[in-house]
Design a binder for this molecule. Structure first.
Ligand code: DLZ
Length: 163
């Protein structure tokens, strides 16, 4: 078994791409903007940290997380965009609106990614309350915007190895 594994081709997310040649769109929901701005800052700074050029990053705002899908599709359809990072925060309320929005966005972004063949990253927080959101937007649980940007970078690295 061990000798078989030696010959196994592994396309790994450890092999990061040259980020400076890639163009990114970051789509940001305006609902819960204190949280989504923190997510945006995390994502933006992470892209820069790994070598993205500011001119190669476009930001698009959409009203709410539900609109992330269409915003993502518009950017993903552009030939000059390699990956789309979608950021939102849907806080649980007294009704089930959050469930409907979360499922629709998760499914919608998956569809856009599959349809365009580009990384479309789900950076949507689905917390029970505002504090849980802030904890994940630069608080004690880190910044999910950073993670979303890192995921986009890793997927571009993987894509380069596969194709
Ligand atoms: C309507 C709504 C509600 C109640 N809550 C949120 C939320 O917590 N986070 C969010 O991003 N968007 C929310 N929205 C707005 C919807 O995403 C959407 O913009 C509207 O339903 C219009 O399509």
């Amino acid at each position: 078994m061990a000798s078989e594994l030696k010959n196994l081709s592994v396309f790994s997310t450890d092999n990061l791409p040259d980020v400076s040649i890639h163009r990114f769109a970051i789509v940001v929901a305006e609902w819960n903007s204190d949280v989504t701005e923190a997510l945006f800052n995390g994502a933006y700074q992470t892209l820069l940290h790994y070598g993205a050029k500011p001119d190669n990053i476009i930001r698009g705002n959409v009203p709410g997380s539900y609109e992330l899908t269409l915003g993502a599709q518009w950017f993903a359809q552009r030939d000059d965009i390699d990956a789309v990072i979608c950021l939102g925060c849907v806080i649980q309320g007294e009704t089930k609106h959050n469930d409907y929005i979360n499922h629709a966005v998760a499914q919608g972004l998956t569809n856009v990614s599959i349809k365009t063949g580009k990384p479309v990253i789900f950076g949507v927080l689905t917390p029970n309350d505002q504090q849980q959101a802030l904890d994940r937007a630069g608080g004690k649980h880190g910044n999910k915007g950073d993670e979303a940007a890192m995921t986009a970078i890793k997927m571009l690295g993987l894509q380069k190895q596969v194709y």
